[in-house]
Design a protein around this ligand. Structure first.
Ligand SMILES: Cc1cc2nc3c(=O)[nH]c(=O)nc-3n(C[C@H](O)[C@H](O)[C@H](O)COP(=O)(O)OP(=O)(O)OC[C@H]3O[C@@H](n4cnc5c(N)ncnc54)[C@H](O)[C@@H]3O)c2cc1C
Length: 355
């Protein structure tokens, strides 16, 4: 059995799986280690929004990266389907940020004007236009900022498609295998020690989500708990994703609507609380009143991996050779997964890496 690889990835969330897929496309011999099961943590708790323009203002350091990532999902979706036959359920119907007061409407109108000056496909939709597109919204809505190019995917299907495609292309994947320590010689990382055995590699990639700092204490991770729920409706109620303040409604296949999300920093548990659900349900009723008669499907919690700076670690460790970081994507790890996989794979092909 092989114990030496070009690269070892620690963590089988959407980030680790995306890197695995991209490295396999470059014919790297690679091993992915996951302490539980693939995609069982934050990546399966997500709503799957690809909100590049909704999430980031144009001067944000992640703005270009987020747009590039979002725009690559059309081809990625086709590519993954061709390799493994899984449809990641990409929906490109935009995201609406709603206004329910005149003040909110004025602020969003100003934002629309500013974004259009910067050449973005972001528009203000007055109530009558908005309600024509999304008639299930409350008649009390004043309008919405429309992020036409943003979209969404199924985060569970995306993670599954990435890891199955990586496996088809030759990746070795081991679940229920926890990395307990990085193997180091001087300032060079040379492999990992797991609960079962030791593996060696030219590069070790830490993609352990919020748990990444357990292995590399220089990473400053902040857990941010989020709770979500879903409803089943008799008929399709929404076409695009709608967002009001910190509540979003994401229409999925088979008349399912995901509602998210609470946000509680520094909390590590994944429990669903009464107050969390109550807060989301109250907002849901305000946004789409008809949903109060919908059938409750399920509720869940997850932990977003944030960094102290708010910017993810993507790239080589500044002081440890052979160690690559890919963690801290906070509330945008699904959106940023595509570009993160590509950037890490590009780095490992680059002259800097080989020098
Ligand atoms: C409620 C909620 C809603 C969200 N909605 C969205 C959204 O709409 N759009 C969006 O873009 N993002 C969203 N996110 C954020 C997104 O889910 C995360 O940013 C993303 O899933 C992070 O992926 P990851 O692979 O870094 O982490 P994870 O999915 O947490 O994966 C890390 C993996 O590493 C494993 N691991 C850790 N340590 C070790 C070890 N020592 N050995 C082996 N394995 C290890 C863990 O078991 C885990 O499976 C949401 C998150 C939450 C919680």
């Amino acid at each position: 059995m092989r114990t030496t690889y070009d690269a070892i990835i620690i963590g089988g969330g959407v980030i680790g799986c995306s890197i695995a897929y991209e490295l396999c496309k470059q014919n790297k011999r690679m091993l992915l280690l996951e302490k539980e099961t693939i995609g069982s943590k934050a990546s399966s708790a997500a709503a799957g929004m690809l909100g590049a323009e909704m999430e980031f203002k144009t001067d944000h350091p992640l703005y270009s990266l987020a747009k590039e990532s979002r725009d690559s999902f059309s081809s990625l979706s086709q590519e993954l389907f061709n390799v493994c036959g899984i449809d990641i359920e990409l929906i490109q119907k935009g995201i609406y940020e709603l206004a329910f007061t005149e003040e909110e409407a004025d602020e969003l109108k100003r934002e629309a004007a500013k974004r259009q000056d910067q050449g973005e496909a972001v528009f203000w939709l007055p109530a009558h236009d908005l309600l024509r597109k999304e008639p299930a919204l409350s008649p009390l809505v004043k309008g919405a900022l429309y992020f036409e190019k943003d979209g969404q995917v199924s985060p569970v299907k995306l993670t599954r498609a990435l890891y199955q495609s990586a496996e088809i292309l030759g990746a070795e994947i081991k679940e229920h295998t926890e990395v307990v320590q990085l193997l180091q010689t001087g300032n060079r990382v040379t492999g990992v020690i797991t609960t079962k055995e030791t593996f060696h590699a030219d590069s070790v990639i830490v993609a352990g989500g919020v748990w990444s700092s357990d292995l590399e204490p220089s990473l400053k991770m902040v857990p941010v708990k989020g709770e979500c729920l879903s409803f089943k409706t008799q008929r399709p109620l929404l076409t695009g994703t709608v967002k009001y303040k910190n509540c979003y409604l994401v229409p999925k296949r088979e008349n399912t609507i995901f509602v998210g999300a609470t946000s509680t920093p520094h909390v590590f548990d994944e429990e669903v609380t009464f107050s969390g659900l109550f807060e989301l349900m109250e907002k849901t009723k305000q946004i789409v009143p008809e949903l109060s008669g919908a059938c409750f499907e399920k509720a869940w919690g997850g932990i977003r991996p944030q960094t102290e700076s708010g910017i993810p670690y993507i790239g080589p460790h500044p002081h440890k050779e052979g160690l690559i970081l890919a963690t801290g994507h906070y509330r945008n790890g699904i959106l940023l997964s595509a570009i993160t996989g590509k950037r890490i794979a590009d780095y490992m092909e680059s002259e800097v890496y080989h020098s």
